[in-house]
Design a binder for this molecule. Sequence first.
Ligand code: SF4
Length: 405
Amino acid sequence: MGNPNDDLSRRKFVTRSLGCLAAASVAPGLSLADSSSTDPDKAATVPVMRKLGRTDIELPLVNAGAGAGMDPGLVIEAVDRGMRLFDTDARYQNGRHEQLLGSIFSKMGVRDKVVIMTKVHTPEQRAGLSPERSKALLYKTLEGCLRRLRTDRVDILLVHDVSSPGPIHDPAIMEAMSRIKAEGKARYIGTATHTNMAVAINATVAAEIYDVVFTAVNFTMADDTALMGAIENAAQKGVGVIAMKTQAGGYAFPNPATHREFSNELINSAALKWACHNENIATSVPGFANYDHLRANWAVALNPEYTEEEKRFLSDNRIKLGMEFCRQCRRCVASCPHKADVPTMMRTHMYVRQYADFGLARQTYDSIASDRGLTACESCGECTAQCAHSVNIRRKIEELKLVYG
Ligand code: SF4
């Protein structure tokens, strides 16, 4: 999958989508309309749908990432257009993102039509809290999520930011997550990973209690056979795979050379389509900072077929490297004499430079010391030569310092 030359026709997508749409719930008055149509010629108004693993949830190929930020109008338009899965997190905007979604869904009367996915962090548990304290903290965090989201249950609850089997298989976390599901406070449970994804996905599947895995994946990782294999394994075992970071940081790309041949719009749609073409990925939640981004993303849900130019972009390896997307592989960490958390700094850079989400960036930057016991960078430059994925670490860190001093 992911080969731009695949002739994955619109008709094939549509045929699959129409079967799913029959079972999809549609809010009265919402524009996921036309779902009664079985005429492929009217396909442009119908999103392609896929089932989320073994859950009973069916979703459009493209949904709403938390990058929608704090603009209520964007969330409303996303619902109106037909996006159904909304990604959030107990920590985003210090809980205000959950509050925003809860308020809008309640006012629109669409709580039963949307799928809310939120995430809880467990760094305290990982730092060695007693199992009882760990579980109590997780329940308390979830209670806060439910209150802010104005609901008595979330649809998907994820343990966020896992990169190794440790926290995924932690008995206290597994027990708490299982109990939350059994009590109906989360319909489905899972994990979220943007570091060491192949290992985290395989561990999630092996745990056998998780229904969903939310992973970073995009076209710059097409040659990562371990990751592609893990995604396939998850899908085969019925664990629903949801993609994030589909546009390798998205909308504003840090390397100007990339733009000499291809526009931002083309890069974004080609990248999103690449994720959609992998049938092991049930859906994606790209963020959008404005209405143009939202509409462009939704257009992919309606028609994921590649244009000739998009195929040309995706088959250009030089451009792929020029994206300078940090895969969070953490190989550079060992080379740093100061034990700096370079990958987290690269993610912070992406949030500042590409998402323009300064709140998320600050939170991520601040997590360097508290979550991992690692330090910030001393600018010695040792690491740049160590990146196998052509990320200009030093330049990005210098840019970050302009923001954080
Ligand atoms: S900067 Fe390069 S080596 Fe370091 S985590 Fe990112 S991709 Fe891996």
